[in-house]
Design a protein around this ligand. Structure first.
Ligand code: HEC
Ligand code: HEC
Ligand code: HEC
Ligand code: HEC
Ligand code: HEC
Length: 202
């Protein structure tokens, strides 16, 4: 065959249109299939809803319901997360604080009995962290809580929802906001807070 002798047949306009329509129709089941396998994969990892951007939050060693303690008993966030207005970490309360009530309250409830057994063993509870920034980032609760509670004249515990959502309404705590770098920096820019790298990085 001589060079340039072979001319591929150019598809007609009609054929092109047909081709793209079939292509599009084919895309639908393909997308569905991809989603299906993502769903299977994340279900296998134990988080079926993660595909849709909803993560359930980790299972804790004791099923501690914020709902009961915040909504029903009316405890303030700072009653348990005592360091939140005083330092970088909000802190999780020690078992001893729980026991001021649970030496008697909730007798016979299985999760409270677990709590009492841990207290008797003298060991701390290994709560699973829900929020965590990487080691090269520093975050400081105190600065954020004081800034927004003063600016908006609200109680410190009313600031939490900005970043954590309605924890008082959660049976199981899950992350409600991205809190990735872009999210942090955008809020800093909007509120006149520093955005230079050393503010957040060591
Ligand atoms: C009776 C004590 C108590 C009160 C009151 C309380 N918490 Fe908690 N909080 C805990 C304990 C215990 C944990 C750890 C177990 C868990 O994650 O469910 C926790 C976990 C959290 C976490 C997840 C921490 C992580 O690992 O990232 C957030 C966020 C939080 N609380 C916010 C709040 C907010 C906001 C309020 C008020 C609306 C509040 N808490 C009231 C005891 C309390
Ligand atoms: C101010 C008192 C108080 C404190 C402090 C307190 N609780 Fe409770 N908690 C209660 C009451 C009241 C109930 C409801 C008991 C009932 O329904 O009989 C309860 C219920 C519970 C339950 C059972 C929920 C259910 O429905 O099965 C668990 C688990 C629990 N608390 C864990 C904790 C832990 C962990 C801490 C410490 C971080 C803590 N509580 C601190 C008062 C308290
Ligand atoms: C500006 C956003 C922001 C606000 C407002 C905020 N948090 Fe947090 N919180 C975070 C971030 C980010 C982390 C992860 C920090 C880390 O890994 O060091 C976190 C972690 C936590 C933790 C687990 C680790 C720790 O510090 O002990 C608790 C508990 C907590 N927050 C409670 C609260 C409570 C209670 C309030 C309100 C009084 C609040 N937070 C307000 C962003 C926020
Ligand atoms: C809702 C808005 C908002 C979000 C989200 C937010 N910040 Fe901030 N941040 C502020 C404001 C406002 C200040 C300034 C506080 C002041 O001037 O006292 C600040 C101050 C800081 C400071 C300086 C604290 C100090 O000691 O002066 C650090 C560090 C910081 N933020 C880190 C972070 C990181 C890391 C994240 C994301 C995980 C984050 N912030 C998310 C609003 C936000
Ligand atoms: C307001 C806080 C804040 C500021 C300001 C900030 N960062 Fe970050 N940065 C974060 C947080 C939070 C993370 C971790 C979460 C993530 O990966 O998005 C991060 C992650 C990173 C990472 C790692 C990304 C990865 O994939 O692991 C790099 C690199 C980085 N930042 C560089 C910078 C540089 C360069 C600047 C200055 C131009 C800067 N950051 C300013 C909060 C900040």
């Amino acid at each position: 065959m001589l060079q340039g002798d072979f001319q591929p047949k150019k598809p007609t306009r009609k054929q092109l249109i047909k081709l793209s329509i079939f292509g599009l129709i084919g895309l639908v089941p393909l997308t569905a299939l991809v989603f299906f396998f993502m769903f299977l994969f994340s279900a296998w990892l134990g988080k079926p809803m993660a595909v849709f951007g909803y993560d359930e939050g980790p299972t804790q060693p004791i099923a501690f319901p914020h709902t009961r303690h915040v909504q029903e008993l009316g405890l303030d966030c700072t009653f348990c997360h005592r360091n939140v207005t005083k330092g970088a970490a909000a802190t999780i309360p020690p078992v001893g604080l729980c026991m001021t009530c649970h030496k008697v309250v909730g007798e016979g409830l299985p999760e409270v009995e677990k709590l009492q057994a841990i207290y008797d063993s003298g060991k701390p509870i290994d709560w699973v962290r829900v929020h965590r920034v990487p080691d090269h980032v520093h975050f400081n609760h105190q600065a954020h809580i004081l800034f927004f509670s003063q600016r908006d004249a609200i109680a410190p515990s009313q600031v939490c929802a900005t970043c954590h959502g309605d924890v008082g309404g959660m049976v199981k705590v899950k992350q409600a906001r991205y809190l990735k770098m872009a999210d942090c920096v955008n809020c800093h820019r909007d509120n006149g807070a520093p955005t230079d790298c050393v503010t957040c990085h060591y």
